[in-house]
Design a protein around this ligand. Structure first.
Ligand SMILES: [Zn+2]
Length: 119
């Protein structure tokens, strides 16, 4: 009898753990067209850039991470592979987009900047 209870509890804990790890990976596309994690609503491209570029190259980025903007090199804002992301300062980022004549950039940027979470 005791062993059945122990097994049941064990299965119950396993189910909870699997559910939790699934939730961590769940993402959605926000109103600006960026992927976010469902669990904490964080922008995934900023998270990837922080973990895999900023943290590993601290000497190249003297400012706090929140002062940087993340550029999608191939202009696909859903492509969050590390190699597609570039950490830039605002001026640099605006230059990249102006040179390429991206329309509506200023308007797009205004909403983007307001929604960056503190890091
Ligand atoms: Zn950009």
């Amino acid at each position: 009898m005791l062993i059945e209870i122990v097994i049941l509890i064990f299965i119950f804990i396993l189910i909870i753990l699997v559910k939790k790890s699934n939730e961590k990976c769940k993402t959605f596309i926000d109103e600006n067209g960026y992927y976010r994690y469902e669990s904490n609503k964080k922008l995934i491209h900023r998270d990837v850039a922080f973990k895999y570029i900023y943290k590993n190259n601290r000497h190249e980025y003297p400012l706090k991470f929140r002062n940087y903007q993340i550029h999608h090199k191939n202009r696909n804002n859903l492509d969050n592979r590390v190699e597609n992301l570039q950490i830039t300062i605002r001026e640099e980022h605006e230059k990249i987009h102006n040179i390429n004549g991206d329309a509506n950039y200023k308007e797009y940027w205004k909403t983007y900047w307001e929604k960056i979470p503190d890091k």
